[in-house]
Ligand binder design. Sequence first.
Ligand SMILES: *Cc1c(COP(=O)(O)O)cnc(C)c1O
Length: 465
Amino acid sequence: MSSSSPEASRRRALLQALPSIDELLSEARVAALGERVSRAVLLEACRKAVAEVRGEILSGAEVSFTVERVEQQLARLAQPNLRRVLNATGVVLHTNLGRAPLSARAIERVREVASGYCNLELDLDEGERGSRFAHVVDLLCSLTGAEDAIVVNNCAAATVLTLGALAQGREVIVSRGELVEIGGGFRVPDVMRQSGCTLVEVGTTNRTRVGDYEAALGASTGLLLKVHRSNFAVVGFTEEATTSQLVALGRARGVPVFEDLGSGALEPLHGDGLTSEPTVRTVVAAGADVVAFSGDKLLGGPQAGILVGREEAISKLARHPLQRALRVDKLTVAALEATLEAYRDGTADAELPARAMLLEPPTALERKAGVLAAALGREQVRHRVVATTSRVGGGSMPLAQPPSYAVAVEGAAAQRLHDELRAGSPPIVARICDDELWLDVRCLTEADCLVVASRVAHAVRGTPC
Ligand SMILES: *Cc1c(COP(=O)(O)O)cnc(C)c1O
């Protein structure tokens, strides 16, 4: 029997030696910790500490309980779960790291609106109930050339709402080259089914012509859908129908055209190594009835799904019951309005962090890598500056390779170092390249670089910060 083996009896002895929670609480060192925190927090830390050690013993470790475990749990409980992370990956719109950081103006507006009451749904001129979208409609229309706009939670929600409101119970025609999956398992065919639409695929993976849509268009067609290939590229022998061609076909047959633009740039981004993206304005000008795009991708604002287009179509979306379930909150409206103001004021490239980081010239990045390298040098950490390329991320500009600089940490086990940097405070996320840890400086400020250098030095030396 395994329970009589020497390992099993050692394990049993270790488990039996674990203190009970009451014993722990009555220990002087633990009681002293209780002077800084509430009893409930201390209790939770004790429970977690004992459970942690029990788990380690059960998985075979020969460890015994120490009061430091309670201190560690208290330190962990003192930190929020969701917190600031330093991004040394070079991926600007990193979905796991929260995509676009907000501008100072957007943060200030959120603070102002969240600190008290606001006119979210109150028309201050008329003293009557207003629309929460009204605050951004004029800006969105003037920045995109659209007649009307509404905003929902994210671009995925925008797609669901549009399909549901314009094509429920009807057929939606889409190119086989655009049946995409967006990160997180959001697949066009699944969304279509969820929205009660029938998917009609036309063309082939690499070539679809407007004639393919025309041949499939019939009495039950509710919508012509075009999905921007934002997170992948098709190269070689390719062909696709343009928005204008679909609009001409749709107009002739009385069927609306919906374009899911995804990353949707409000203005072109002319930076080193960036590729060109259709702007929302060009798609609106081509006549699409509805255009959907994200607020936190290339736009550089809060998470949101923005829908712009012709008044008739947008008003159908606004009246649909799903709109109420997908609507944005006041914090999003506040941040979005302030973000859009940067475009209106012509200051978007400097003011919006995501755009500024994407446009940062290689000379500036090299200088910043020099700051990080010098700080590591002062700490006697072996390193070298390397030329690399960053990524746009967030499923945008998949082929773009903006040139950047990183600092490679030499002579340290990359995975262990990375684990330690990620677990510490502030957490640092970087890149592992050929078994070395690479710190891309694109998404770090100079002040961040100094923090990173100190954290790396401590992790390499194995000393606590
Ligand atoms: C990113 C993307 C979406 C999803 O946008 P979210 O704002 O993340 O919901 C939908 N469609 C396309 C084409 C995208 O690129």
